[in-house]
Ligand binder design. Structure first.
Ligand code: GYE
Length: 352
């Protein structure tokens, strides 16, 4: 039997939900005028990495080779579009776009292809975080600066120029703190049994969000009754949820590491004749349709993750090209969306 704790729970006030965010400001300035191609503008960063983007072929544009993860989610579609919109000639760029189709091995070949093509800067949004040292060293040896975006890497930081994107563990902590606050504000004493849909295993988006829940569950007395990857896709999220439902254990919370898997999980619940409103549903990203589901009471909270990185990465490239030292790591500004702010948040939500 489901515990239906959500049904008895009261809406939280904004005050009870005030969380502190560890996000740093991007601090970028797209108005910077790059001094492209002038060797005097090289600035070494703290790690000793001293390659900066430049117009090495003198065509007046910087060619960015973007090694993208794939097209698995609404977040990803919005992320790709933001690069395609920003990295255009009118902004001083050319874009070479390669899609790894969520395949970590293919993506390593993609980066090698970008090096062979002689692009002037590489942006790598890594599928997974490991095995990158040789390829990053090859880019460095070829004199091509490399930016890591969206997901981080477990490599020494003297192998890349900068990281720009979300702080995945902080996003997970935001979600976990929301659940703690919700439980205490509503005096919920029932056991908390969590279904955990994970993202692509080995991506820092999965590792950080999973770590936050795994770290918090024992101390809070929460049981994670199912934990499996849904690979950040709606279809897989639905399939995994269907198999959990068939196994028949009780649960009252769903912690789903992106909106697309959440849509799939909700479809699976409904197909099994269950009412999603009777579960506490926690999601990540903040697509417009997911924010609408918060307004409709289907999703309870979304830990935000900003996909619109193109202009912000562009500003960092321009700053580095102008010889300014840029931070090794810059995290996006991120919060959460629940019933207290969804009506406001939907006005600026990304995607459809
Ligand atoms: O949350 C998910 C996507 O790496 C932050 O990847 C990104 C994640 C995002 O497929 O929807």
């Amino acid at each position: 039997m489901n515990l239906k704790i959500k049904k008895i729970a009261l809406a939280l006030t904004g005050a009870a939900m005030s969380l502190s965010f560890a996000a740093c400001s991007a601090g970028t300035d797209s108005s910077t005028d790059p001094t492209r191609g002038d060797d005097s503008t090289v600035a070494a960063d703290d790690s000793g990495y001293n390659l900066v983007p430049r117009d090495s072929n003198g065509d007046g544009l910087i060619t960015l080779g973007f090694a993208q993860v794939g097209a698995e989610s609404g977040w990803r579609t919005a992320n790709t579009q933001s690069y395609k919109d920003y990295f255009v000639e009118a902004n001083g760029f050319k874009l070479v776009f390669l899609d790894a189709n969520q395949d970590a091995d293919k993506q390593k070949q993609d980066v090698r292809d970008l090096i062979a093509q002689g692009v002037e800067v590489i942006d790598l949004a890594p599928v997974t975080d490991s095995g990158w040292e040789p390829i990053l060293q090859e880019a460095k040896d070829a004199g091509i600066p490399l930016i890591v975006s969206d997901r981080q890497l477990s490599v020494s930081d003297d192998l890349y120029l900068t990281y720009f994107g979300g702080n995945m563990e902080e996003e997970g902590k935001t979600a976990v703190k929301w659940l703690q606050d919700y439980i205490s504000a509503n005096n919920i004493s029932d056991p908390i049994n969590i279904v955990h849909l994970q993202g692509t295993i080995g991506s820092t988006a999965q590792k950080g969000r999973t770590k936050a829940l795994d770290d918090a569950a024992p101390g809070n007395g929460w049981n994670v009754v199912y934990q499996q990857t849904g690979e950040f896709t709606q279809a897989k999220g639905q399939e995994v949820m269907e198999s959990f439902l068939q196994q028949g254990k009780d649960f009252n919370v769903i912690y789903s590491e992106n909106d697309d898997m959440t849509y799939g999980a909700i479809d699976a619940l409904q197909a099994a004749g269950k009412d999603p409103k009777e579960y506490i549903i926690i999601s990540f990203d903040g697509n417009k349709s997911a924010v609408q589901m918060v307004i409709d009471g289907l999703i309870d909270v979304i830990a935000e993750c900003d996909p619109l990185l193109g202009p912000q990465v562009g500003a960092l490239i321009n700053q580095a090209a102008a010889g300014q030292t840029i931070a090794k790591v810059t995290y996006s500004q991120e919060g959460f969306i629940d019933s207290t702010n969804a009506v406001e948040k939907i006005k600026t939500a990304f995607g459809s």
